[in-house]
Design a protein around this ligand. Structure first.
Ligand code: GRF
Length: 221
């Protein structure tokens, strides 16, 4: 049975687009049943509408508190009955109540090699730290910001001429658009699980380290 997927966005929606295309191509055995944005101008909403996907906008500024905003999102999501929820450039910090409601059923993608550089401005942080590798990470969301169990990471070598903007583009094209559809495909097939103690398993096998882009080319597709 095809999985019901909800996607939360705030902006451009390139990751969302990759997920839409992977569902259409049946690489993901699932259907995006709702795209929810906290910003009415998010370009990702147009991408969803063009694909005939239901959208909703809840402006966080209309709510007195983070708790109220998240409670409203939970109500909208409940109507869509998703099997799991995917954060794709959703720029709000979620409350513990929201995260608990979708424990083990909530994925995020973060543009750094976590645990390095949680939070914002990761590309500049990599440059400032003089690091030679950069990438992105898909992880389960827990109450620790950008700290949940990692599923898959893709990385590349930084070129000396790469500024923050160039790095952002490379992270998106070379890593994010490859690893997120794959992780969502595993979720949709019920192959990816997070135990109560945070241990991640794929097809019943516990992952010691997050998977890599190389793994994708070999046995784990
Ligand atoms: C991505 O870099 C993602 O990792 C980060 O926000 C960006 C979203 O881009 N959380 P898009 O909306 O998918 O185009």
């Amino acid at each position: 049975m095809s999985a019901r997927i909800a996607v939360l966005i705030s902006g451009e929606g390139r990751n969302l687009q990759a997920l839409i295309e992977a569902c259409a191509a049946q690489r993901i055995d699932g259907e995006i049943v709702l795209v929810l944005s906290n910003r009415a101008q998010a370009r990702g909403l147009l991408r969803a509408q063009q694909a005939g996907i239901a959208t909703a906008t809840l402006a966080h500024r209309d709510y007195a508190s983070r708790e109220d905003f998240d409670a409203a999102m939970l109500r909208v999501l409940a109507e869509a009955r998703p099997d799991f929820v995917v954060l794709a450039g959703f720029m709000r910090i979620l409350t513990p109540a929201f995260i608990r409601a979708y424990a083990g059923r909530l994925l995020n993608i973060h543009p750094s090699l976590l645990p390095r550089h949680p939070g914002l401005n990761t590309h500049q942080a990599v440059i400032d730290a003089g690091e030679t590798e950069h990438g992105a990470t898909v992880h389960f969301v827990t109450e620790e910001l950008d700290g949940g169990p990692r599923i898959i990471q893709g990385q590349f070598k930084r070129r000396i001429e790469d500024d923050a903007e160039a790095l952002a583009e490379r992270v998106m094209q070379e890593v994010e658009l490859k690893i997120y559809p794959q992780a969502v495909a595993w979720m949709a097939r019920g192959e990816l699980t997070m135990a109560d103690d945070g241990r991640v398993s794929l097809r019943g096998k516990m992952l010691g380290e997050p998977l890599s882009l190389t793994d994708l080319e070999t046995e784990f597709r």
